[in-house]
Ligand binder design. Structure first.
Ligand code: MRU
Length: 351
């Protein structure tokens, strides 16, 4: 293994599943001050871990949903096949209700549910359980390769001396591999290309400050954090060569749901002539959503705005609007960096 491969192998991981079918996550709500690995032992705990963003990011919650479903089924392996399949569907539907916007969660759970409903009736529950476990592992493994390929494809866009701005965390901790938006940065840096990364803090839950800065710093990338309100001025100063962010759901026409703040970055990028890229796997593209109007945007509770780490920063009874995501119009997107290459407009993913 050469030095740059070694660097890429050492990137932190969000999710672990061992050969005893035990499932662990890195609790991302504790970053960057504590690195706590927490075993997930029941379905309610997995639901809460996804809802509370202990594990987060579209591909990662797909993988966590799949493993969560598998571990939730361990106690039902003595049921008859028909009752077991019913339990699979019930548990999948419960986990799917934890967060609505990232399509990877329903994508992964639907895959496992379909395997269960199509499973030959003359086979045993234990065989079905193993099939579901193997599929969850396959979803995880394939995400590792997908992220690497997104990194290779996107690294070609980053030149020596560039300034690359990102929002939220679409890094290793949002996926099973080296990330989506951060993957091109990791690959470019490991090839010796020196650029400046800018990480927008990402109010209200600060994934940019807490997680992206932590990840990029660990890797040794020259990283500068900015308050979200600084991004347009940074572009005006000419310090941003490109913006790359992840996606939670991409509609067939390219309209893209991603972390709240993505839309204003894209609008400002258009004004200042800065290329604006979405990095995502094909599993995040939802051709059933014709346009952004079909995407459900998760709205989270007002406490997330009124308190920061338990500290009250606004009147307790103030009204607060707290959408977790926004939808960026396809006309603002320069391209999609995917595992199959860079897709340029006009977008029609069903073709
Ligand atoms: O609320 P989060 O932290 O799950 O939001 C994450 C994002 O918006 C990411 O950009 C997206 O899921 C892509 S992760 C590769």
């Amino acid at each position: 293994m050469n030095k740059s491969q070694k660097l890429l192998e050492e990137i932190p991981k969000a999710i672990y599943f061992d050969d005893k079918d035990r499932f662990f996550i890195l609790d991302q709500t504790k970053l960057p001050t504590q690195e706590i690995i927490e075993e997930q032992t029941n379905i309610e705990q997995v639901y809460d871990s996804i809802y509370q963003l202990k594990t987060r990011g579209a591909p990662a919650i797909g993988i966590a949903g799949a493993y969560g479903l598998v571990i939730s089924l361990k106690k039902y392996v003595d049921l008859d096949l028909e009752s077991f399949v019913k339990q699979v569907l019930k548990n999948a539907s419960y986990l799917n209700s934890s967060r609505p916007t990232a399509v990877n969660l329903s994508w992964a759970l639907d895959k496992l549910s379909k395997l269960a409903t199509d499973f030959p009736k003359d086979k045993s529950v234990k065989e079905l359980y193993s099939t579901l476990r193997d599929e969850a592992v396959a979803i995880h493994t394939s995400d590792i390769f997908t992220c690497r390929q997104i990194g290779i494809n996107g690294a070609n866009l980053i030149k020596e001396g560039d300034g690359v701005l990102t929002l939220c965390n679409a890094g290793a901790l949002a996926t099973g591999g080296i990330g989506t938006a951060l993957a091109p940065m990791y690959v470019a840096w490991s090839k010796g290309i020196r650029f400046k990364a800018y990480s927008s803090e990402t109010r209200p839950l600060l994934q940019g400050a807490r997680i992206t800065c932590w990840e990029l710093n660990k890797f040794g990338i020259d990283t500068t954090m900015i308050a979200d309100s600084v991004s347009s001025y940074l572009m005006k100063l000419g310090r941003v060569s490109m913006i790359v962010v992840g996606a939670d759901r991409v509609a067939n026409n390219g309209d893209t749901a991603n972390k709240i703040g993505t839309l204003s970055l894209a609008v400002n990028a258009k004004f200042y002539g800065v290329p604006f890229y979405i990095a995502c796997p094909y599993s995040t593209i939802d051709i059933k959503s014709k346009s952004g109007a079909d995407i459900v945007v998760e709205e989270r509770n007002s406490e997330e705005l009124i308190y920061i780490k338990g500290q009250q920063i606004a009147p307790k009874d103030i009204k607060a609007f707290n959408p977790a995501f926004d939808v960026t119009d396809n006309s603002l997107i320069s391209g999609f960096i995917t595992e199959k290459g860079i897709i340029r407009p006009p977008y029609n993913f069903s073709k």
